[in-house]
Design a protein around this ligand. Structure first.
Ligand code: NAD
Ligand code: WQD
Length: 336
């Protein structure tokens, strides 16, 4: 087991996972069409690790393009991050989301079958717990979604279950990420959204930089300790190491598993703002506004399964997540 194809490997979570894989001794081949990332990420990964990695600018829906990667490299396993991920945009453009995320994944799976590559780690999401379950979320709860993006995750998990039933040698692990934030501690890699950020921490970072005026807190009347939404924020490097653990597990365990990757701990919007104030040494202005449509009050993981099956748990706290996000933002004010 040595060579790993990372789809979406120039993106936020993929690039950090490349670092963790290389640090664990794997060879990494990256594939991305750069629709939401920059090729500069490759140079940054190489700077951090001191190792060379091969990059293909390929769309995952281009079957011959993916075949070429498998012909050029003996790929032992695939970690599949590539996909579109903006919830609001998925409501506006459902066909684009289903086409990109589902067709793209089917193409990757078809080529894997052709080349007898039987190990896949997939980026799923806590969004598959929908709005009907009660925290802490456990992997055996029923899944659903509230938007097309979320449905692509629910559907791809089902596709992977079915593929594992039909091809008993296959291993597929769907990692259900909670709220990944933070950056590599070097400040060389981090989150780099286009335009005005949708997610809380990139938005807070831009307020701290003076690029945006104040954080709009979406609702302070939830049934939570301070009334603002509670989420399970996880440091992206903890998440990255979780993929290395999942890969080691998948090698010896055929079949499908869904596993939560979170800290098991909830933090409110105001907790995040206060931790960020501490990290950047500035006051971050907030304004309370109406709840955002589709948001739930509270989301956090039951992390028992990840501990038991993968021997993995998080090590970084919210302060470290904010400190690393701030370092990346200061060093890269215009992104990568
Ligand atoms: P990202 O946008 O930074 O990375 C995704 C990468 O996929 C991008 O580099 C993009 O260019 C690439 N891509 C998209 N469509 C492609 C295609 N057709 N062919 C080739 N490359 C393509 O996002 P991220 O935050 O790193 O997320 C990675 C994965 O994790 C995604 O599948 C996302 O849905 C999932 N996820 C993310 C979060 C989060 O909060 N960031 C939470 C849960 C799950
Ligand atoms: C966090 C909290 C907001 C912005 C989303 C996707 C989910 C997953 C992760 C991919 C909430 C509040 C936010 C702001 C705010 N992605 N907030 N002001 O909504 O938990 O999850 O990203 O799978 O599918 O839905 O993350 O960072 O947008 O919000 O008050 O400007 O911050 O209401 O309580 P969310 P988020």
């Amino acid at each position: 087991m040595g060579k790993i194809l990372v789809t979406g490997g120039t993106g936020f979570i993929g690039s950090h996972t490349c670092v963790a894989l290389i640090n664990a001794g794997y060879q990494v081949v990256v594939m991305d069409n750069l629709c939401n990332s920059k090729v500069e990420a490759i140079a940054r990964i190489e700077m951090i690790t001191g190792k060379h990695l091969r990059f293909y600018r390929t769309d995952m829906r281009d079957k011959n393009g993916i075949r070429q990667i498998f012909e050029d490299n003996k790929i032992d396993a695939v970690i599949h991050f590539a996909g579109l991920k903006a919830v609001g945009e998925s409501v506006e453009k459902p066909l684009e989301y289903y086409e990109n995320n589902i067709s793209g994944t089917l193409t990757v799976l078809e080529v894997m079958r052709e080349f007898q590559c039987s190990i896949l780690i997939f980026s799923s999401s806590a969004t598959v717990y929908g709005s009907h379950n009660v925290v802490p979320y456990q992997e055996d709860m029923s899944t659903s979604a509230t938007n097309p993006y979320g449905y692509t995750k629910v559907m791809i998990e089902q596709i992977l279950r079915d593929v594992c039933l039909a091809q008993p040698k296959c291993s597929a692990v769907a990692l259900r990420y909670f709220n990944p934030i933070g950056a590599h501690e070097s400040g060389l890699l981090g989150e780099n959204p286009n335009g005005i950020p949708n997610n809380l921490v990139p938005y807070v970072a831009q307020v701290a930089m003076g690029k945006l005026d104040c954080v709009r807190v979406f609702g302070n009347d939830y049934g939570t300790p301070d009334g603002t939404g509670v989420r399970d924020y996880i440091h992206v490097m903890d998440l990255a190491v979780g993929h290395v653990a999942a890969l080691a597990y998948a090698v010896n365990h055929p079949g499908f598993e869904a596993i939560n990757l979170g800290t098991g701990k909830g933090s409110s919007v105001l907790d995040v703002v206060h931790a960020y104030e501490k990290a950047c040494g500035k006051k971050i202005p907030v304004k309370f506004v109406d709840r955002r449509a589709g948001d739930i009050a509270t989301s956090y993981a039951d992390v028992t399964k990840a501990k038991e099956l993968l021997g993995w748990e998080t090590v970084y706290d919210l302060e470290k997540m904010c400190a690393d996000s701030w370092k990346f933002t200061l060093q890269n004010p215009n992104g990568l």
